[in-house]
Write a protein that binds this ligand. Sequence first.
Ligand code: SAM
Length: 303
Amino acid sequence: MKPKIHLISFLDNDIQLFNDDCMNVFSNIPNNSISLIVTSPPYCMGKEYENITDDINSFINLNSKVIKESIRVLKNGGSLCWQTGFHVKNSISIPLDIIIYNIVEKINRELEDKDKLILHNRIVWTFGHGLNSEKRFSGRYETILWFTKGNEYSFDLDSIRIPQKYPGKKYSRGKKAGEYSGNPLGKNPSDVWDIPNVKANHVEKTSHPCQFPVAIPQRLIKALTKPGDWVMDPFLGSGTTAVAAVLEKRRFIGSEIKKEYIEICKERIEKAIDGSILVRPDVPVSEPDLKQKVAQKPKEFKW
Ligand SMILES: C[S@@+](CC[C@H](N)C(=O)[O-])C[C@H]1O[C@@H](n2cnc3c(N)ncnc32)[C@H](O)[C@@H]1O
């Protein structure tokens, strides 16, 4: 079956969405053409978009194929960012980023140095809310592995700086005594990102069961690409990476196997283009207002 392609008019029609298996889409992309691939693959543990028989071996097989193709289509100096959490079945947790790292190491053994993936950060994405466990510590983070193809790459730190907690802090001694110690453009966001996850009342929520927030691909796109570069997401879901690419004026190619999700992607991209999309701004999570009743401890609470 020929893949269904949706071209959306933006940057000369350079938003391409395929309602197809990503491996078919990769087979039509030339070598060394994409600047950034950012995705969150299926965790293969029985979600509504997965086969009931999927298991950790399905995860390894799928990601081995997709990462191999990703390296082929990435430009030298391009980035690959893989967002994953844990594969949990029968109370047994497998950290998927370790599996991904091992897959990359295995593929690297077959590659020339200039094409090997080099890991730069294991970003911890932490969020304040989620399911509360009774039998283990409640999970409040997932990770993003950021690799580049080869070790020559650019990183636009100034585009993703965040406000300092104490911007008025000054050097107390030495040659710079009395000067502000922080960068006036803000600080490096570090490798721990506190960004709310997309739950029921989040402004970005669609009917897709597993969205990541726009701020995640948006930070990566700003830091790792330039306007006009090609960004790809092979597992589009609700199209969050595409939305971030449009907001940052990058070209985009993505694939999603389920038709109902492609429809959500199209709608979100159109809203991103006409400026009506609702996105949580990438600002620090606010502290609770202790004057609000919900932030006060009821007297029957024992802690
Ligand atoms: C974890 S979700 C991605 C969610 C996305 N990051 C978002 O914010 O909406 C993974 C998606 O990959 C899709 N998918 C699974 N296998 C695929 C394949 N072989 N090719 C393309 N898409 C696939 C699933 O239908 C699912 O929507």
